[in-house]
Design a binder for this molecule. Structure first.
Ligand code: NAP
Length: 308
């Protein structure tokens, strides 16, 4: 156990966590940031970020997160590249365990973000990494001149489909309804892309070929007509949204039925002194810039809490 009681421990290192770190560090609170299993968060697996203010030409997601880390490290903040395994918010100071080491803190800021949601099918899990992927940025490169599919109808699916046309000869978006959920600009961009086709009202009935341990095609089912069809693809990208990374806090903090942490008063959770910011609480906006804004709010709220 490290014997000092910290002022602020930040769990998670996406835009919310790093921004909270910058504000807490500049307020002389010497925050510790545990970077978690995916340092830098979801932006490290995206390509071009065009909507974060201050970058007129856009910026690559990994670059943006690396810059945020450098910015927080300029001040008295310590980024620790490790994963918090257990927390106890039932007594003060709050306790956080990393491997076998215990850390104590007067306040906690949770910014653990969200993770890609999957279909939950056996063939999907068997073929994950063998033609099934949840990360176009990571795996798109492997599908040069091949025909592939993207599942989903939100901005993630539309963005990934567009991105994948850089490599693939054809991308079929498989969407379970007859209209996209994604934003107008992304919808238009996808529909105008000559390499993109859409299988409307369709779901995956089967991913072939589990025996061969590679993707050779999909059987689709039209949910309106019940008709089956074959789609010969060598890869399928699942882009159906995200779920909050809150397993660690079950039983300790109030959450909604989808597992998002509920903030009670501004960024303060159901436990006074524990704050939450970014995608881990945000069911509506889920943008890098809104996460960063909330990270700032959480750090200011923690600072006021410590003053009080
Ligand atoms: P989302 O908006 O929740 O969309 C998820 C999509 O997946 C929906 O079309 C949904 O279908 C479909 N889906 C969900 N579960 C499914 C299942 N089991 N089987 C088949 N389809 C399923 O998630 P998202 O696209 O990740 O976007 C999340 C947020 O991030 C949004 O606010 C979005 O604007 C934002 N975002 C923005 C950008 C950008 O601005 N560049 C990029 C990515 C994400 P239904 O439509 O039928 O529900």
């Amino acid at each position: 156990m490290s014997n000092s009681v910290h002022d602020v421990i930040i769990v998670g290192s996406g835009p919310a966590g790093y921004t909270a770190g910058i504000y807490a560090a500049r307020a002389d609170l010497n925050p510790i940031i545990f970077a978690g299993p995916q340092p830098g968060g979801q932006l490290t697996i995206t390509t071009e970020v065009e909507n974060f203010p201050g970058f007129p030409e856009g910026i690559q997601g990994p670059q943006l997160m690396d810059d945020m880390r450098k910015q927080v490290e300029r001040f008295n903040a310590k980024v620790i590249f490790d994963v918090v395994g257990k927390v106890d918010f039932s007594q003060r100071p709050f306790r956080v365990w990393v491997n076998d080491e215990e850390y104590q803190s007067k306040t906690i800021i949770i910014s653990t973000g969200a993770s890609a949601r999957l279909l939950g099918r056996d063939d999907e899990s068997t073929l994950m990494g063998h033609g099934v992927s949840a990360c176009a940025t990571c795996d798109g490169f492997f599908y040069r001149d091949q025909e592939i599919a993207v599942v989903g109808g939100g901005d993630s699916a539309l963005e990934e489909a567009n991105f994948l046309t850089r490599f693939a000869s054809k991308v079929t978006i498989i969407h379970r309804r007859d209209e996209f959920r994604g934003s107008k600009i992304m919808r238009e961009r996808a529909l105008a892309n000559p390499k993109i086709e859409v299988a409307w009202n369709s779901v995956i009935e089967q991913i072939h070929d589990v025996e061969k341990k590679e993707v050779t095609g999909l059987t689709l089912k039209n949910v309106k007509t019940g008709a089956f069809s074959e789609l010969p693809v060598t890869g399928v990208f699942i882009a159906i949204g995200h779920q909050p990374n809150t397993d660690l806090f079950v039983g300790q903090l109030e959450m909604d039925e989808a597992g998002y942490i509920i903030n009670k008063e501004r960024t303060m959770t159901s436990v006074a002194g524990v704050f939450a910011a970014g995608d881990v609480v945000d069911t509506v906006y889920r943008q890098a810039v809104t996460a960063a804004g909330m990270g700032c709010q959480a750090a200011l709220d923690a600072e006021r809490f410590l003053d009080g």
